[in-house]
Design a protein around this ligand. Structure first.
Ligand code: SAM
Length: 284
């Protein structure tokens, strides 16, 4: 396991992912009924953008730094933007929250969050970084756990509403296949959950195949995708964009993704080939 998210924290891909994640959470909070979130690839939960690793790439300068400096930020992004602002002074952007922290911050007393991180050091860092949430709903960090195994072990959960967030590093050649298997395992056990998968886009043409494979999984009736390319994909070995796939998407995301992506894409653009797409792949 070589991947460390601290090199990439707050980059354009995190901005797209975390903006949409916060919109899902806002939707879950609309009902009093409790919800549960399983974050299968949690990372460490909090990142120092001025630390050695983030400074080495400076990727956050092309991501969260641009968003925080923007005018007319849509209301739909306020939960996310406020969460990041709450960690920083008005003069310096230093701390960036990961997906576990963003979810934990949104939990009510009736809700619950389970976090999996396989890297032994990151798993411990994660535990420390979310320890402040003991007064929120129940936040559980599983010690050094494979998120794919957790899908099989923990689903269906006792709380019947919720979301499974799958955000792998895609450093393994067969990671797309592993995600397909995980979705299939998940749907068999908990068919009504929302599954949210982040994926990298290097070659935009290969994304369609992944979409079709997810649409073919037994039980998948409603499938929505939100894709952003931050530059023309001339070099197909680079991370040219990213997407989020939603099985059983929350209404709030499908109706509002276009507004959010239309705002974020020009802001995060790295050349004139930047573009976005938000579409139903199955259902609706
Ligand atoms: C893209 S990062 C996660 C970022 C995080 N979700 C966020 O948005 O803040 C992927 C993480 O998954 C971890 N990881 C890799 N394989 C895993 C597995 N099978 N189960 C759980 N964690 C894994 C890596 O160590 C890395 O920290």
């Amino acid at each position: 396991m070589n991947y460390r998210h601290s090199y990439h924290a707050g980059n354009f891909a995190d901005v797209v992912k975390h903006a949409l994640q916060c919109m899902c959470l806002a939707y879950l909070r609309q009902k009093d009924k409790p919800f549960w979130v399983l974050d299968t690839h949690a990372g460490i939960g909090m990142y120092d953008l001025l630390g050695e690793q983030a400074s080495k790439t400076g990727e956050w300068q092309q991501g969260i730094a641009k968003l925080l400096a923007a005018d007319n930020i849509p209301v739909l992004l306020q939960d996310y933007v406020n969460a990041v602002r709450s960690l920083n002074s008005a003069h310096e952007l230093r701390w960036y929250p990961g997906s576990p922290w963003l979810t934990a911050q949104q939990l009510r007393s009736q809700d619950a969050l389970t976090l999996c991180e396989l890297h032994p050091i990151d798993s411990q860092l994660l535990r420390d970084n979310v320890s402040q949430f003991h007064s929120a709903g129940s936040v559980k960090v599983l010690p050094q756990t494979n998120g794919y195994s957790a899908i099989k072990a923990l689903l269906p959960p006792p709380i019947k509403r919720g979301m499974v967030l799958i955000d792998p590093p895609f450093e393994q050649r067969d990671e797309f296949d592993t995600v397909l298997q995980a979705l299939s395992d998940g749907m068999r056990r908990w068919a009504t959950a929302t599954y949210v998968v982040w994926y990298p886009i290097k070659d935009p043409l290969s994304v369609g195949e992944f979409h079709q494979q997810v649409a073919a999984i037994q039980g998948v009736e409603k499938l929505f995708a939100a894709d952003v390319l931050v530059r023309s994909a001339l070099d197909r070995t680079k991370l040219n964009g990213c997407g989020m796939l939603f099985v059983n998407p929350p209404y709030g995301v499908t109706s509002q993704a276009a507004e959010v992506l239309a705002f974020l894409t020009p802001l995060l653009a790295q050349d004139r080939g930047a573009q976005w797409q938000a579409q139903w792949l199955k259902g609706e």
